[in-house]
Design a protein around this ligand. Structure first.
Ligand code: GLV
Length: 329
């Protein structure tokens, strides 16, 4: 019997592609070419499955052009690149990579918070530019992390990891806002108190965004929300581009309506709003919150395991939708 045909849409660890080759007829992309939607559709025309990253859009038009496609295994916990309704309607399984990146991403959220509040990028640029000729009492004086109030919007697994780091490691007061409240036991574990979004924005010294991107979370933070924040506050986005109105944020940073921001994700990335590149009080990183070698390997392996389990008839390990059994392609 011939093996199912799989496309690995972006370059991933070569040994994990080799593992996939033990089960599948694999077309890989070792040169990491960024295909247009039409090129992706052409490559998927004869494929049974695909390993995607967050940068391939899977929608009704692509599914129509890929009649054999049965599963899209995303190497990311977020899957806003999937039109899940279209996939379910077409009988196509989607999977993601939750859990394996939680602690690494929470570490990075905290690193970005520290770098932003303590002005590490700004001060490093100053030093590299040869501008450090003398010390002064207020040179790059930022805001404290320890003992301050951390407001987390989006209290899923990563949000909870950040809450624990803040509360237990840095003695922060943690407040959070989420679609639903955590159980009393989880709130106690995270030492976190539920508040409304406006109250969080008004009282937090540091606001951390960890919500998934959906139509409802588009521009969760825009000019009005930035206007509620303290002028001394920092804003950290490790969630998705589009959750923050980047143009409004650049204005707020330039006018010092908030103190600083740390951004790992951007609207329209890898393009970055040009105004964000010219304001000094922002730390910018290229969507690397889960980027440690062990975690990226675990994500790629979990995406591969989803494909192997699905075609082995054992069902996906971490599904994001449930096409009806009779409807599955
Ligand atoms: C990264 O952004 C992910 O969703 O895993």
């Amino acid at each position: 019997m011939s093996k199912p045909r799989i496309l690995v849409a972006r370059a991933i660890f070569p040994d994990i592609v080799d593992r996939l080759r033990e089960h599948f007829d694999v077309e890989a992309n070792p040169d990491d070419v960024i295909w247009t939607p039409a090129e992706l559709a052409a490559r998927l025309a004869d494929k049974d499955g695909v390993l995607t990253t967050g940068s391939q859009r899977i929608d009704a038009a692509l599914l129509a052009a890929a009649p054999r496609l049965k599963i899209c295994a995303n190497m990311a916990v977020g899957y806003n690149n999937f039109d899940v309704d279209a996939m379910t309607a077409a009988g196509v399984q989607g999977t993601n990579t939750p859990d394996v990146l939680t602690e690494t991403t929470a570490d990075f959220g905290f690193a970005l918070l520290m770098a932003t509040a303590r002005r590490m990028a700004e001060s490093e640029h100053f030093l590299r530019a040869g501008q450090w000729t003398k010390w002064s009492y207020d040179m790059f004086a930022g805001s404290d992390i320890h003992g301050s109030t951390l407001g987390i919007i989006g209290m899923g697994r990563i949000g909870q990891g950040i809450a624990k780091r803040g509360a237990h490691g840095f003695g922060m007061k943690v407040i959070y806002h989420n679609r639903s409240r955590l159980s009393t036991a989880l709130e106690a574990e995270c030492k976190a108190t539920y508040v409304g979004k406006d109250e969080l924005l008004r009282t937090a010294d540091h606001v951390m965004l960890v919500v998934p991107y959906t139509a409802a979370s588009h521009h969760t933070i825009g000019a009005a929300e930035l206007g509620l924040m303290k002028p001394t506050a920092t804003l950290i986005n490790i969630a998705r581009g589009g959750i923050v109105d980047d143009a409004a944020l650049a204005v707020a940073l330039r006018e010092r309506r908030i103190a600083a921001a740390g951004l790992d994700v951007f609207e329209g990335e890898p393009s970055v709003h040009p105004d964000l590149l010219t304001v000094p009080n922002v730390v910018l990183t290229p969507h690397i919150a889960s980027a440690t070698v062990p975690t990226r390997r675990a994500m790629a392996n979990l995406a591969a395991d989803n494909l192997i389990a699905f075609f082995g008839g054992r069902g996906p390990l971490t599904p994001v939708n449930q096409p009806q059994a009779g409807l599955l392609r």
